[in-house]
Design a protein around this ligand. Structure first.
Ligand code: RP5
Length: 173
C-alpha cells in the first residue's frame, strides 16, 4: 500500500470522498478505508491534516470541502482525537470518524474523543481500528450508491461475496 501522499486518485478525477488523518502513523489503519474506496472505484484523496499540529490547515480543508464537491470526509485520529469533531464544526459535509488505536489506551481514548460530540455537531463514529476504517468507507460507498446504480450493483456483489465466504468457513474440529 502506498504512502498517504501518493494515494489520491488521478488528478483528473474530482474526489468525492476525502480521507484525512492526524498523523502518518495513522496510515496503517486508514489505508483500509482508502483500499475500499479504490476497490469500488470511488474518486478519493488521502492526506495528513493534524488538528493540533496544523489547525489552520484543518479549518481550510473543512471550509473547502463543500465547495470542492466532497460528499463525505472520513477522518481518523488517535488519542485526544479532535480532528473529526473540529472538521464537523467547520463544515456540513458529513464527517465519518475513525478512532485509531492509541499506544497507551488502545483507542478507547480515541473512541471517546470522537463519539462524545455535543448535540448539534454530529460525527458518525465507527469502530476502533481497521474495521472502523473499512466500515467508514463502506458506509460512504453505500451513501453514494443511493444515487449511482453502477456503484449499488458493486456493493450488492460485495455483500454476496462476503456471504458466500462466510458460508464456506470451516472450523478446525
Ligand atoms: C494524533 O496523535 C494522531 O491521529 C495519531 O493517532 C496520534 C499520534 O501521532 P504521532 O505522534 O504518531 O504523530 O494526532
Amino acid at each position: 500500500m502506498s504512502n498517504p501522499s501518493t494515494s489520491d486518485t488521478p488528478a483528473t478525477a474530482k474526489p468525492l470522498i476525502g480521507v484525512v488523518m492526524g498523523s502518518s502513523s495513522d496510515w496503517d489503519t486508514m489505508q483500509h478505508a482508502v483500499q475500499i474506496l479504490a476497490d469500488f472505484g470511488v474518486a478519493h484523496e488521502a492526506r495528513v491534516v493534524s488538528a493540533h499540529r496544523m489547525p489552520d490547515d484543518l479549518f481550510a480543508y473543512a471550509e473547502q470541502a463543500g465547495p470542492r464537491g466532497l460528499q463525505a470526509i472520513i477522518a481518523g485520529a488517535g488519542g485526544a482525537a479532535h480532528l473529526p469533531g473540529m472538521l464537523a464544526a467547520k463544515t456540513t459535509v458529513p464527517v465519518l470518524g475513525v478512532p485509531v488505536a492509541s499506544r497507551h489506551l488502545q483507542g478507547v481514548d480515541s473512541l471517546h474523543s470522537i463519539v462524545q460530540m455535543p448535540k448539534g455537531v454530529p460525527v458518525a463514529t465507527f469502530a476502533i481500528g481497521t474495521a472502523g476504517a473499512a466500515n467508514a468507507a463502506l458506509f460512504a460507498v453505500s451513501q453514494l450508491a443511493l444515487h449511482d446504480t453502477e456503484l449499488a450493483a458493486k456493493l450488492q456483489a460485495f455483500r454476496v461475496a462476503q456471504t458466500e465466504a462466510a458460508r464456506a468457513m470451516t472450523l478446525p474440529l
